[in-house]
Design a protein around this ligand. Structure first.
Ligand SMILES: O=C(O)C(=O)C[C@]1(C(=O)O)C=C[C@@H](O)C=C1
Length: 216
């Protein structure tokens, strides 16, 4: 897999005890790959077994940070609800990075007949890729919005939809095959932590050298 990772603000400190990273799941999402990148970059006393908590929604993942179950929340900037995390005074932006997602494509259950007007499961954010990638012999399509690319693959496996816009890891996990061209998305990822934990900015009004928390 071709993958570009470009840190804009690296350096995430492990916050002691049992460090961890929370994001959108289940297994197979792009967010899981991005959380793995953050885990690898943790500095300090980090156990060898990864602690990546995969949640049904980004909001549930944020709760895990607020409850101090894990240190960091990783969110794709294409997620429309990301503004809530930027505005939440209980959270601070700890860093951002650019990472290409795994490849996305449209997948079906092998050997299954797909109608001319299929129902396609997708997360709302990458939805424009459905029209870009859907093979032209399909005359029309119906969209079913689901909570992640991995849930989209699961919905095909469960017979709820005919097709899914999903990632290569999620398609493999659910035994699906691709019927379209595949491509990655070059994405900006935001990493949030509990406010006051590590995010410090120089205070203009303070004496030289003093630092203060962004939102005391
Ligand atoms: O569902 C996933 O795999 C996610 O990690 C969320 C998701 C997506 O649905 O594509 C959200 C926006 C970006 O396109 C990248 C990732």
């Amino acid at each position: 897999m071709r993958q570009m990772v470009n840190w804009l603000t690296p350096s995430f400190a492990a916050h002691g005890g049992s460090p961890g990273v929370a994001t959108l799941g289940p297994a197979g999402t792009s967010s899981e790959v991005a959380a793995g990148i953050v885990w690898q970059s943790l500095e300090g006393d980090v156990p060898s077994i990864r602690n990546i908590a995969l949640h049904r929604t980004y909001e549930d993942a944020a709760e895990a940070v607020l409850k101090q179950d894990v240190d960091y929340l990783v969110v794709a900037n294409a997620y429309s609800g990301i503004s809530e995390f930027y505005m939440d005074t209980r959270l601070s932006l700890a860093g951002v990075f650019v990472m290409d997602t795994p490849h996305y494509g449209i997948a079906q259950l092998p050997g299954e007949a797909v109608p001319d007007r299929p129902v396609i499961a997708t997360h709302p954010a990458p939805r424009p890729l459905v029209d870009e990638l859907l093979p032209s012999h399909f005359t029309d399509r119906e969209i079913l919005q689901v909570t992640s690319t991995s849930t989209a693959a699961q919905s095909v496996r469960d017979g709820v939809t005919d097709l899914a816009l999903t990632t290569v890891p999620a398609a493999e996990a659910h035994g699906l095959e691709f019927i379209s061209r595949k491509r990655f998305i070059r994405m900006l990822w935001s990493v949030f932590t509990l406010n006051g934990e590590i995010f410090v900015v120089p205070d203009d009004t303070a004496e030289a050298g003093r630092i203060t928390h962004a939102h005391p």
